[in-house]
Write a new protein. Structure first.
Length: 207
């Protein structure tokens, strides 16, 4: 983020210098370069704002997950894209396969809907992977597995729920988890065993 701010300061200084050069020399060609600088300032500013929003969104996700500990054991796979969920939660209500969509709301509602549906489909596949991996543990094979999609940069509107996957904003995760009925066999030791098993589960071959 600091790099973006330094870039904005440098560009602003150069633009001001170019406009000043036009006044001093009377050569209007400097205005052209200054205009290009203004365009670059807008581009860099937009990138900086996007980066800042992404950080805020990620922080809200991490804070909502942290609030569930220690009742829920959390595995972070967000830096390892693939068939697994971004976050695996194992706790009293069973297992949650949580995926996060960081895209902002698009100008066209149809495009936003497609993004949410695509993310919901990814979340369903991640939950299926968890169920398949869980099948190797007879003691935990009956634990419920629920897919959950978190939207970090756009509001979770009611119409998004039609995708068949709970679609929430990070601040709504605690209430959703609180609404889950406790799984009768989800003891604390079993939660840890399930977590260890899934962390070492083999990924399906690709290619």
């Amino acid at each position: 983020m600091r790099g973006y701010l330094i870039g904005l300061v440098v560009i602003a200084f150069l633009v001001g210098s170019l406009f000043r050069a036009t006044e001093v020399t009377g050569m209007r060609i400097w205005n052209m370069f200054a205009t290009i600088g203004i365009f670059l300032f807008g581009v860099v500013g937009s990138l900086a704002l996007t980066r800042l929003q992404q950080r805020w969104g990620l922080r809200s996700v991490q804070e909502s997950l942290k609030a569930l500990e220690p009742d829920w054991v959390i595995t972070d796979w967000s830096d390892e894209p693939g068939v697994r969920p971004d976050y695996l939660l194992v706790g009293p209500g069973g297992l949650l396969a949580v995926c996060v969509e960081h895209s902002p709301r698009a100008l066209l509602s149809n495009r936003t809907r497609r993004r949410v549906n695509s993310a919901a489909e990814r979340t369903r596949r991640a939950a299926d992977w968890v169920r398949d991996a869980l099948a190797a543990m007879p003691a935990a094979a009956d634990l419920p597995v629920a897919p959950v999609l978190l939207l970090s940069r756009m509001p979770a509107r009611p119409e998004y729920q039609e995708a068949g996957v709970p679609v929430l904003n990070p601040e709504g995760l605690a209430a959703y988890v609180g609404s889950l009925a406790p799984a009768s066999t989800a003891s604390r030791p079993l939660c840890y065993r399930v977590t260890r098993c899934l962390r070492t589960a083999h990924l399906p071959a690709t290619g």
